[in-house]
Design a protein around this ligand. Structure first.
Ligand SMILES: Nc1ncnc2c1ncn2[C@@H]1O[C@H](COP(=O)(O)OP(=O)(O)O)[C@@H](O)[C@H]1O
Ligand SMILES: [Mg+2]
Length: 288
């Protein structure tokens, strides 16, 4: 991990706050949630940088590029982040590749350090060296999971009959190690928030069981679980224009139609999610 990130002795005071979106599963909502966090923070007047570690899909970067194109085409004045991508190394030896990736990750961080207040890092849905670097450097780690046991399986092994947690899974162990490395590097902790994304698709009974397992996991592996975004078409629809619900008023609604009740409800979901993240630098922020 970059010592300059985790070691306050080396980092100048007032370094950017790091929010990392991670889990080892694709399609759980990391990039979508990342974009909503980025735009919410921009709208509060903060300077935001992004590092996209999923250089294959580049969903977050594409989202931001779409935003830039839309803003230019429609002559809008919407706040923009500074976006960077750090791709996997092409070097063949594992040691060389890791050294190369570490150097480029640190360079991206250094590049953003003086320019932004917050850095949002979007990880790929697989275990990579870059993703581990990001996890260790995180101040807040956000793990979106869909409300199902398939997704929870990445956090813990659950007994199929009793629904008791039998032990942590690979990803939880990876985060555990990242927390240990972080504690050794600068004595600080990583706030791990598991966010239930696309809530509402499933049967109430299932929801209740998922909730029970998450409650148990809170104590066992040190997560905070909060409800995130509901299952809504609007979260997919705005991607091509690079907009989020937080922009709709200023962007004149969707196709000039203004905001529907469901959009207003969705925007409230995003605001609640931001509050639930409990970001220390935003404690006194009055969400408008
Ligand atoms: N709350 C939601 N409601 C509806 N669709 C969603 C929601 N969150 C994510 N999606 C859709 O699910 C797919 C995967 O989301 P994405 O953010 O790309 O996940 P990840 O980055 O974890 O792979 C995308 O098509 C996205 O538009
Ligand atoms: Mg993604």
């Amino acid at each position: 991990m970059p010592d300059s990130v985790a070691n306050p002795e080396q980092a100048p005071s007032g370094r950017p706050y790091l929010i990392v979106l991670g889990n080892e599963k694709g399609g759980s909502g990391k990039s979508t949630t990342a974009m909503h966090i980025v735009v919410s923070l921009l709208r509060e007047g903060r300077r935001v940088g992004t590092i996209d570690l999923d250089a294959r899909q580049k969903s977050l970067t594409r989202y931001i590029e779409n935003r830039r194109a839309h803003v230019t085409a429609k002559k809008l004045d919407l706040p923009m982040p500074v976006e960077l991508v750090v791709a996997k190394s092409a070097l063949r030896s594992v040691d060389d590749a890791e050294a190369d990736e570490k150097a480029r990750f640190e360079a991206a961080y250094m590049d953003l350090m003086d320019k932004v207040d917050v850095i949002v890092i979007d990880c790929p849905g697989s275990d990579t060296f870059l993703s581990r670097l990001a996890h260790t450097a995180a101040d807040t780690l956000v793990t979106p999971v869909n409300d199902s046991f398939v997704d929870l399986d990445l956090l813990a092994r659950v007994n199929p009959n009793t629904y008791k947690v039998e032990g942590p899974s690979l990803y939880a162990e990876m985060v555990w190690k990242a927390r240990q490395r972080r504690a050794m590097a600068d004595g600080s902790s990583i706030d791990w928030v598991v966010l239930r994304n696309r809530v509402g698709m499933l049967h109430a009974k299932n929801k209740e069981r998922v909730e029970r397992v998450l409650n148990e996991l809170s104590k066992r592996i040190g997560i905070r679980h909060v409800s995130g975004l509901g299952e809504r078409v609007i979260y997919r629809e705005l991607f091509l224009r690079g907009l989020t619900l937080m922009d709709l008023k200023e962007a004149g609604g969707i196709d000039g139609k203004g905001m529907s009740m469901s959009h207003v409800a969705a925007r409230q979901e995003v605001r609640s999610l931001m509050d639930a993240l409990n970001l220390p630098f935003r404690q006194n922020t009055k969400v408008s």
